[in-house]
Design a protein around this ligand. Sequence first.
Ligand SMILES: Nc1ncnc2c1ncn2[C@@H]1O[C@H](COP(=O)(O)OP(=O)(O)OP(=O)(O)O)[C@@H](O)[C@H]1O
Ligand SMILES: [Mg+2]
Length: 309
Amino acid sequence: MTEPVIKVDALVKKYGNFMAVDGISFTVDQGEVFAFLGPNGAGKTTTVEILETLRTPTSGSVSVLGMDIRRQEQKIKQKVGVMPQSFNAFDWLTVRENIEYFGSMYSKTVDIDHLIETFGLKDKRRELFKNLSGGLKQRVGIALALVNDPDIVFLDEPTTGLDPRARRDVWEAVRELKNRGKTVFLTTHYMDEAYYLADRIDVIFKGKIVAEGTPEDLINKYGGGNTLIIRDCCEKAREQLVRAIPGSRISGSDILTKLPPEDGMASIAKAVSILNNGDLSCKEIYVKKSTLEDVFLNLTGEKLTEEAS
Ligand SMILES: Nc1ncnc2c1ncn2[C@@H]1O[C@H](COP(=O)(O)OP(=O)(O)OP(=O)(O)O)[C@@H](O)[C@H]1O
Ligand SMILES: [Mg+2]
């Protein structure tokens, strides 16, 4: 086992009396996409900016690539790439000029044309930044974060405010980073983004890490199990189903059943056999898998995003 590339132990950040980061500990391994998943104000940016040596912690220890953030700030800055939340570049410079400009701040840079090509920006390299769509701007942001050929790339909410198509484009760019062996530290409040991109997720809420694991682990452990949904049932079907299947309840004309993690098949088989016998009618039967949204709700009692409400 190689040493983790990020090690955080008992990290605290207070703004005055307000505890923004409340004693968190975690590690990130070389080559993984690690995500902080949490709502507004959870402490994501604060933590990430401490790791980037842009903010100073109140207490706790943090090492990045084996270096202490308090003592080797300049060295760390050379070795990490950063795409800040609400990132912006120079409106009146072209894509290529922006990348050149950011590159000029580092002692070592990658081949800029190759970088432009990798992120599908070749056709736009002479376009002014201000004329790009939101998704393309974010892609430029990721390219800028890579200009110094960093070992770790920090992406702070890289898709907030983008439409679904542009978000997908950014996701593919993040996948590309992983393929190139970069370690990616992502923050997001989108559960689908964390699910799609992250190898491992820390759920962060009110400055504390409330759970950690792979997306599937978290869903299996905290998702509350899958739900069998039988839609648009006639009254007789509803009565029989609810009587026969443990844990089921009527919701409008539907029957909802929380499936026990180990024994879900028994309930499904029972439902199907009931519906096979007699003149009962239902329109649809399916199993809804629990999601990271359910994980968050079960862990915190709150919805992760407004959209989920
Ligand atoms: N410079 C600051 N001074 C005072 N309070 C701050 C400062 N920066 C952040 N905070 C507060 O600390 C808490 C955590 O903020 P942070 O920006 O780390 O959250 P976040 O998880 O990144 O949220 P978001 O999803 O909205 O970006 C918030 O309550 C915020 O208002
Ligand atoms: Mg933030």
